[in-house]
Design a protein around this ligand. Sequence first.
Ligand code: NI
Length: 174
Amino acid sequence: MAIREIVTVPDPVLRRKAQKVTQFDEKLQTLIDDMIETMRQAPGVGLAAPQVGVLEQVIVVEYFEKEEDEEREDAENAPKRLYVVVNPEITRTSTETVSGPEGCLSIPGYMGEVERFQSITVKGQNRRGQPVTLKLKDWTARIFQHEIDHLNGILFTDRATKIWKPEAPVEDKV
Ligand code: NI
């Protein structure tokens, strides 16, 4: 495994559409392992392949199994769930939306207020090419919507109703 360089704005690769993955080969496995390591080292809670300069439809997300654990004093020890989704597609969205703060590893130093669907269903494939369906809500659903946007060349700043430069380092970047 290796840590890859995270591409930042205004690199044009962030504005291009990622291609569908058709080969679940060793090269894909290496990309996924590298993305997981890069996300953890950043640290971040999600990463899309275009953020490491690869225009393929691959995302990784790692977040608390129970979202309320983020508030725990020993949050470091709370169980997390790692998701690897290839060719992810949002197939259902809630009518309810929620506005919340987002940061992005590719836009260092900024945050934005972004409206997202409160819950979504994502279909795609796992790293071996088998079909997966995920029902996601709240912050996890927000992370997935942010990452899937990256696969379409969309950045949170395109959707933000407000953008600001926080004084403290941005947490939970994606
Ligand atoms: Ni991002």
